[in-house]
Write a protein that binds this ligand. Structure first.
Ligand code: GLA
Length: 394
């Protein structure tokens, strides 16, 4: 596990202050400003690379980039987040594994666009973001999606949202070196205000499902455990490998094709660990479908037990939780949340807790107390609502 120092998130990229900072840094106004959100996943974890179902939403925290094309092939990047200097690179000489730090996200997008046959000239870019890094809320995908949206427009490439999803996944898998799926980019690029993104990861079809917790007297709390994770490390890849092994032994193209009713048969064919990994994916896919159906029939108040079951499955079968996430989930549940689970890739990051408004403060207080009592770093707790996907803001 890669435990990195966490820097504070930026301020959310107000267009006026970003424009003046850009001018002060680069000596001219940007061509435009583009923003893309982070995400939380309501349910459907590690199902994306098994060609299954996910239900994330774009959150009201986003990466904002001011960009101006240059006349040469030089790329200059600077971030307001943390104390990081100017990064300079040659757009014509990018290769996987050659860039470290946050610049690998925008430069990975440039590289992937080029791989796709799109010529990308040099540009100056200023990044701001209020998506907390390392919190499992896809801060890196938010950067990639803001950059791909900007460059798609500035180069006139005319890519569809689906193509931008595939392209940023390629950047992430090959340039960044994290073998992740398509969920995060899809939420960031295709999210909508007040809606969760019900995504079929086999064909990228999307249905936007209303998720307006506040209209039902609920809030969705994010509990950032402050335990950092990196999906370029071994845990994520080893889970993915187990799923691929499971699919191969069971004779299906992807675990998406295996049903809950078939699990009894699978137990005799797989070693115990692979069986538990498979069981998580198969039951999780089913929980996503049940969650969508429940949101439609009963609204968010009905999905608590599905969130709880998802967490138990990730803790016990997929084994991607950690003591901080379990404590956050258990404490939230025992102090009034109607459902809670870790969200994202796991091994750290954040939990979500669907909580009646009247219990919000007591859940927050209880989680802070429990973390202090356990000797854990104090968590960050905040609410999120489904927000618009990537867009030009100026
Ligand atoms: C990370 C990856 C996603 C997805 C989740 C787990 O966020 O980027 O593609 O696999 O983990 O659901």
């Amino acid at each position: 596990m890669n435990t990195t120092t966490r820097t504070d998130a930026g301020t959310g990229g107000l267009p006026d202050s970003l424009t003046s900072r850009f001018e002060a840094t680069f000596g001219a106004a940007p061509d435009g400003i583009w923003a893309a959100p982070g995400r939380v996943n309501l349910i459907g974890e590690h199902t994306d690379y098994n060609e299954g179902f996910v239900l994330p939403f774009a959150i009201d925290k986003r990466a904002t980039t001011a960009v101006r094309l240059r006349g040469d092939s030089t790329v200059r990047l600077i971030s307001t987040v943390g104390d990081q200097g100017l990064v300079e690179a040659d757009a014509a000489a990018l290769a996987p594994g050659t860039v470290i730090g946050w610049a690998k996200y925008p430069l990975g997008v440039v590289w992937a666009l080029q791989q796709h046959g799109i010529e990308v000239p040099g540009f100056d870019l200023l990044l701001d973001s209020d998506v907390p890094p390392g919190a499992g809320l896809s801060s890196s995908h938010a950067i990639e999606c803001a950059v791909v949206t900007a460059l798609n427009e500035l180069t006139g490439a005319g890519l569809t949202a689906e193509e931008m999803v595939t392209l940023t996944q390629h950047a992430e898998n090959v340039f960044v070196g994290a073998p992740t799926g398509i969920m995060d980019q899809s939420a960031s690029l295709r999210g909508a205000s007040g809606r969760a993104v019900f995504l079929d990861c086999r064909d990228q079809s999307v249905e936007l499902v209303p998720f307006q917790a506040q209209e039902h007297g609920l809030v969705l709390l994010v509990i950032d455990t402050k335990v950092s994770h990196s999906h370029a490390d071994g845990g994520y890849a080893s889970r993915r490998a187990s799923c691929e092994l499971g699919a191969e032994v069971l004779g299906v193209k992807a675990l998406r094709d295996f049903g809950v009713a078939d699990l009894v048969e699978a137990s005799g064919l797989l070693d115990p660990v692979t069986f538990r990994r498979v069981r998580h994916i198969v039951t999780e896919n089913d929980r996503v479908l049940q969650t969508v159906a429940t949101l439609r029939s009963e609204g968010p108040a009905g999905i608590g037990r599905l969130l709880d079951a998802s967490h138990a499955s990730m803790r016990d079968d997929f084994e991607i939780s950690c003591p901080e996430l379990d404590l956050a989930v258990d404490t939230a549940r025992s102090h009034g949340a109607i459902g809670a689970r870790m969200t994202g890739g796991g091994f750290g990051g954040s939990a979500i807790a669907l909580t009646p408004v009247q219990h919000e403060q007591q859940v927050r207080d209880a989680v802070v107390r429990a973390f202090a009592g356990a000797g854990f770093t104090a968590p960050d707790i905040f609410t999120v609502t489904p927000a618009a996907g990537a867009e030009r803001v100026r």
